[in-house]
Design a binder for this molecule. Structure first.
Ligand SMILES: [Zn+2]
Length: 112
């Protein structure tokens, strides 16, 4: 964890994920939209299988200027159904899981 993140200066937490994979996905989507994102606590999940305490859940942080846009994107991501068919990006042809609102490859939203 960097000092900058530890201090929180200029950065805000926009999301607390249930799993590291979810946090990584959200970071990927944000970065595809040119929003710099960083994760905290992503590596605290050990091999012990213990359920982490709330404070150690992975968090997604962005620069404060990007907070509103990031929150909107995350809301889109979260509004997707957790299960369902895969879909194929109309822009680049990449296949994404239904849980993802935007293409992994190019960041274009489903149906655009
Ligand atoms: Zn695409």
């Amino acid at each position: 964890m960097s000092y900058e993140l530890a201090s929180g200066r200029g950065w805000v937490r926009v999301y607390t994920a249930d799993t590291p994979a979810e946090a990584w996905h959200i970071r990927n989507v944000l970065e595809q939209h040119s929003i710099e994102a960083r994760l905290r606590n992503e590596t605290l999940f050990g091999a012990t299988g213990e359920v982490p305490v709330l404070e150690s859940l992975p968090e997604v942080w962005v620069r404060i200027e990007a907070q509103v846009e990031a929150a909107q994107l995350i809301r889109e991501i979260r509004s997707r159904p957790a299960r369902g068919a895969q879909w194929r990006c109309r822009n680049c042809g990449e296949v994404s899981e239904a849980v993802f609102a935007v293409c992994w490859q190019c960041g274009v939203a489903e149906g655009e």
